[in-house]
Write a protein that binds this ligand. Structure first.
Ligand SMILES: [Zn+2]
Length: 258
């Protein structure tokens, strides 16, 4: 059984730590900050075997140089020059094998948030960085909205029971937006109540299942007529029955929403 722990970093990031029971060698995903990871490794008497990076943003790679220097971990990441410490450059389509964890992960190309964004999938878990969030999705920076739409459609094809490990605890604010888009959608009010209760107890809302996202994440439902009508009414855009037009207008609306 693969065990995954979320190490909190900064204000609302999670550095995911993967381990097998009884095995001291572990892997982390997107260590934006080295200090909380080093503290966890020391406290739990663990050794860092490898680092997986989804994309080059500072809050995902800031801890990589220190962690690599301190542990000698192997760094996997997207094939771009800006990640100087990267040992294994990936494009998507590969399978990586982490021998220490006896874990094989498929590498998926998921451009959109940035052009060179990858995700890692294996043993029913998806590590997707800033592509898909609980009840939301990433902003478009150096990629395109069409790329992000295509990447989310790719992720929608994974098994419904897949656990989604995104990097940020954005769920409550994402649901506030989703409720503004569809105020009378009962699946959203139920989910928001659950999420707010968990947050008030100091609990994480990540991971969640793809099944829940398919039900209540508006960015995964842009082919549904009810959402298309809500987005057209809320934005004044002529969305019609076009899922990409709906997604584009919805993403732009979220950018303006506060
Ligand atoms: Zn990012």
């Amino acid at each position: 059984m693969l065990h995954v722990t979320g190490i909190p970093a900064f204000h609302d990031n999670y550095v995911w730590l993967l381990q097998r029971p009884g095995e001291p060698r572990v892997t982390v995903v997107d260590p934006g900050d080295a200090a909380p990871v080093l503290a966890f490794l020391q406290q739990q008497q663990l050794q860092l075997d490898s680092i997986l990076v989804t994309h080059h943003h500072r809050d995902h790679i800031g801890g990589v140089p220190t962690l690599k220097a301190a542990t000698g971990a192997t760094v996997y990441g997207p094939a771009i020059e800006r990640i100087a410490e990267c040992d294994v450059a990936l494009h998507g389509g590969e399978t990586i094998r982490l021998a220490a964890l006896q874990l094989a992960l498929q590498v998926l190309a998921v451009p959109g948030h940035v052009r060179e964004h990858i995700a890692y999938y294996g043993e029913g878990r998806l590590f997707c960085g800033d592509t898909l969030f609980m009840a939301g999705c990433g902003r478009v920076f150096t990629g395109t909205v069409e790329q992000l739409f295509g990447s989310l459609n790719l992720l929608k094809k994974l098994p419904a029971e897949t656990l989604i490990y995104c990097t940020h605890e954005y769920t409550a604010s994402n649901l506030r937006f989703a409720r503004a888009v569809e105020p009378t959608e009962p699946r959203l009010s139920a989910r928001e109540a659950d999420v707010l209760a968990r947050r008030s107890r100091g609990e994480s809302t990540v991971p969640g299942t793809l099944a829940v996202e398919l039900q209540s994440n508006p960015f995964l439902r842009c082919e549904e007529p009810a959402l298309q009508q809500a987005v057209a009414a809320g934005t004044g855009e002529a969305v019609g029955a076009d899922a990409l037009a709906c997604f584009t207008a919805l993403r732009a609306w979220k950018n303006r929403f506060s």
